[in-house]
Design a protein around this ligand. Structure first.
Ligand SMILES: [Zn+2]
Length: 160
């Protein structure tokens, strides 16, 4: 046994594709006493979005977040436990922190077969109909190995 056996394994960043426009839920009974809050980590919120909101299966969702399926399962269970606790006990939910890597402005790259023009399209905007340069409809998606590393700005977050 060497000393490295005792070191905690570094936590891998979970990839998150959505930024949430809000980060606080509170029961609508302001005159009741404060019942406290639960902290839902960003990756836990993302697991709910992928699995429960978008209806992905666990493997798809795990691939999306670039974690193993058991890790995804663990994140999801934790998220549901916290949300359940908030609903049952009337606690507020704060969405904050975690170990994640935010994918901003994720882009897809397309290439025109006719004029070789290459351009990028935001995710979620649908496949372009034709080349913006020559209007040819003979276009194809360019698969980029380092899609995630090279496009957009990547924000790191690591706080508890
Ligand atoms: Zn073209």
């Amino acid at each position: 046994m060497n000393i490295y056996s005792y070191m905690p394994r570094p936590r891998q960043h979970r990839h998150i594709h959505a930024s949430f426009g809000y980060n606080y839920f509170k029961p609508c009974s302001t005159c009741l006493q404060d019942t406290g809050e639960v902290i839902l980590k960003m990756e836990e919120m993302e697991s709910i979005r992928l699995k429960d909101y978008l209806g992905m299966n666990q493997q798809e969702a795990a691939d999306h977040m670039k974690v193993s399926q058991p890790t995804f399962h663990r994140i999801l269970i934790e998220a549901r436990k916290k949300i359940g606790c908030a609903l049952v006990c009337g606690k507020a939910i704060r969405i904050h922190g975690g170990t994640y890597k935010m994918e901003m402005n994720q882009l897809r790259k397309f290439r025109c077969i006719d004029c070789h023009h290459i351009w990028e399209v935001m995710h979620g905007t649908g496949r372009p109909q034709d080349c913006p340069m020559c209007k040819s409809m003979d276009i194809h998606r360019v698969k980029d190995e380092n899609d995630y590393a090279r496009t957009g700005c990547v924000r790191h977050g690591k706080h508890q």
